[in-house]
Design a protein around this ligand. Sequence first.
Ligand code: NAP
Length: 327
Amino acid sequence: MAASGGGPLNGIGFGTWAWGNQLIWGYEPQRDDAVLEATFRQALSSGLTLVDTADSYGTGRLNGRSELLLGRFTAALPAPRRAELCIASKLAPFPWRLGRRGMDRALRASQERLQGCLKRVQLHWSTARYAPWQEAALLDGLADRVQDGTVAELGVSNVGPQRLLWMHERLAKRSVRLSSVQVQFSLLAPGERSGEALVKICRERDIEVLAYSPLAFGVLSQKPGADFSTGTALRRRIVRRLLPASDGLRQEMHEIADRRSVSMVQVALNWCRAKGTTPIPGLRSPQQAQDVAAALDWTLLPEEVERLDRRRERCPVRMPANPFQSS
Ligand SMILES: NC(=O)c1ccc[n+]([C@@H]2O[C@H](COP(=O)([O-])OP(=O)(O)OC[C@H]3O[C@@H](n4cnc5c(N)ncnc54)[C@H](OP(=O)(O)O)[C@@H]3O)[C@@H](O)[C@H]2O)c1
């Protein structure tokens, strides 16, 4: 991928998938909630004001937990602080959510969990590959809620260039702005060519590209030669499949990080920013929030971006692609 070139650099947000997810992230309410609140507060005071969540975040009986926690944490903030926030939640196009009003109940439930602090609603994934008829009505329904003022902004997720153009055109016909598209985007993300095309389309239409899993589940924070022995069995399996084979790429990141006296995480995030995207790394501690925000203080040189690009091209492994990602 070419460096983005020109234009102001994007910011950084953060993601909260882990805040309630037990299967991959091993969430435990009693152990984690106080640390997550401290993480949230640190992120905010470090200038990270875009927060990503979803109505499906939270395993089993903890479904909706991420939104619930965010609602609780934001309610405790003074009003001016709350006003700075952009909480963007994703609604899942489950098979039973059908028709133009199919998301209405889900949207109300998210707003309740978030205690009124929901600014942007996003369609979580594209149904184009398995139920294309479902998508148009759901998108129209969400646009209705923007037009009637129920929610301020609209975004989509897991959408490729073709589908994005179709959605953008459909919304533009009724003068509804598409604020963002969220896709997997990192030095280890699959499908680099479509990522490049998507960013170009978005730049031309003033749509923000949110880069999810920008640290490849944390793999890109690991020094070359590292093993990974913490976390749930599922996360260890995903991470270990990527670790030895991405050593060369992470060696390059490590050298850049060392020379700049920054962390490898900051290198990973600033590569995303250099490509014209806004990374939304998952945060689980105040220290991580501080480190991530420090990436806003510097940028990669074009030759550093090129070196990372070359290493990325030679890297034989990639993160798994989202099965619902459309073309
Ligand atoms: N639209 C979608 O379908 C979709 C799919 C996936 C994710 N997302 C969104 O994107 C967000 C981020 O993606 P992700 O959670 O999959 O993974 P990620 O951001 O690639 O990795 C998150 C992990 O990186 C590690 N990390 C973060 N900051 C660090 C730091 N400063 N130093 C060292 N390690 C650090 C943490 O691991 P430890 O805490 O374990 O150390 C953290 O849990 C999600 O929370 C979610 O909001 C959206």
